[in-house]
Design a protein around this ligand. Structure first.
Ligand code: G1P
Length: 348
């Protein structure tokens, strides 16, 4: 069994964060989203892992996965998920494989999908009941068998969304070879799976256990961060002085928490600085982030982001790498903003 993680996407719904970096390297609960995918595969016993990258994402993805032994496959053009699989043909060979969308998070891992992949099964599809099925691939089940699959239907035939993990025999590569592009001009993995169904193959749907998150939008990132922080084991390796830590808090190596209040669950990354500050529940600070004489909760500060001398508490916020919010001294008393394309600011 091999693993194929897709990490070539542009993450347009997460701009401006994804103007400069691909979505799977954004940190939730202190780690790049992609780490959770690799860890879930390894935990399920899938050791040979390929990662599909694009010319835009390759550098950052390689950096984020530097500690792991994985192979890389380059998808030159963004032509859809099925196309990404076709590009990885040489890596996959004649092996069955798990296809894992690099922006998906599964609380309980992927073991149950692999268990369902027995004799005579051509594909196992992870499914999850959702309130907004039109935003996903949607499956129609008969017993445990999928009889129909549609991508982002206006009028969904069920509330069973396709979550981003699929187990395939190499048969799917033959179906992909015959695919035509969809209305949005992409080779859709849902069409490939429908192709298997149409050929009379056994395609099984297995419901996700525990929570599942597709990190497509900013609110999903914050929610994923919350869900992962819920499972945090407290650990203090950094320097804590004159501060109160309550609940499950991680303070990584080289981090400093001075004269502050931290209420967990919260993650303070390597080399971060928290001084005269309040860090509230469901907050993650990336490496080198700084919160000084300010308050923040239910937020993500990425690497080297800074929040300094800001009077009002920051909530439901995401600060990208190196982004800074600080108060402005002196006159005129005005907001001064330098925002990248598609940035969003809400002032109280
Ligand atoms: C993709 C798939 C869709 C699936 C979703 C899960 O959509 O095309 O079938 O439900 O991932 O995350 P995307 O998020 O790329 O629009």
């Amino acid at each position: 069994m091999k693993g194929l993680i897709l990490a070539a996407g542009r993450g347009t719904r997460l701009r401006p964060l994804t103007h400069t970096r691909p979505k799977p390297v954004i940190r939730v609960a202190g780690r790049p989203i992609l780490h959770y995918a690799v860890e879930n595969l390894l935990e399920a016993g899938v050791k040979e892992i390929g990662v599909v990258v694009s010319p835009e994402t390759e550098k950052d993805i390689r950096e984020a996965l530097a500690g792991y032994r994985v192979s890389y496959v380059l998808q030159e053009e963004p032509q859809g998920l099925a196309h990404a699989v076709a590009v990885a043909r040489d890596f996959l060979g004649q092996s069955p494989f798990v296809l894992y969308l690099g922006d998906n998070l599964f609380q309980k891992g992927i073991g149950r999908f692999l268990e369902a992949f027995g004799e005579g099964v051509s594909a196992v599809i992870a499914l999850v009941r959702v309130k907004n099925p039109s935003q996903f691939g949607v499956a129609v089940l008969q017993g445990d068998r999928i009889v129909r699959l549609v991508e982002k239907p206006k009028d969904p035939p069920s509330d069973l969304a396709v979550a981003g993990v699929y187990v395939f025999t190499p048969e799917v590569l033959e179906v992909i070879q015959d695919l035509k592009p969809s209305a949005r001009g992409e080779y859709e993995i849902t069409d490939a799976i429908q192709g298997l169904v149409d050929r009379g193959k056994r395609v099984v749907g297995v419901e996700v256990e525990g929570w599942w998150k597709d990190t497509g939008r900013p609110e999903d990132l914050l929610d994923a961060n919350r869900l992962l922080l819920e499972e945090l084991s407290p650990r203090v390796e950094g320097h804590v002085e004159g501060s109160q830590l309550t609940g499950r808090v991680v303070v990584e190596r080289g981090a400093k928490v001075v004269g502050s209040t931290v209420i967990g669950p919260a993650f303070i990354g390597e080399g971060a600085l928290v001084e005269g500050a309040y860090i509230g529940p469901f907050t993650s600070l990336g490496p080198g982030a700084r919160v000084v004489r300010s308050e923040v909760e239910y937020s993500i500060l990425e690497d080297h982001a800074a929040l300094v001398d800001v009077a009002l508490r920051l909530q439901e916020s995401i600060l990208g790498v190196g982004a800074a919010v600080r108060s402005r001294n002196g006159l005129p008393r005005a907001h001064r903003l330098i925002l990248g394309d598609l940035s969003q600011v809400e002032l109280a």
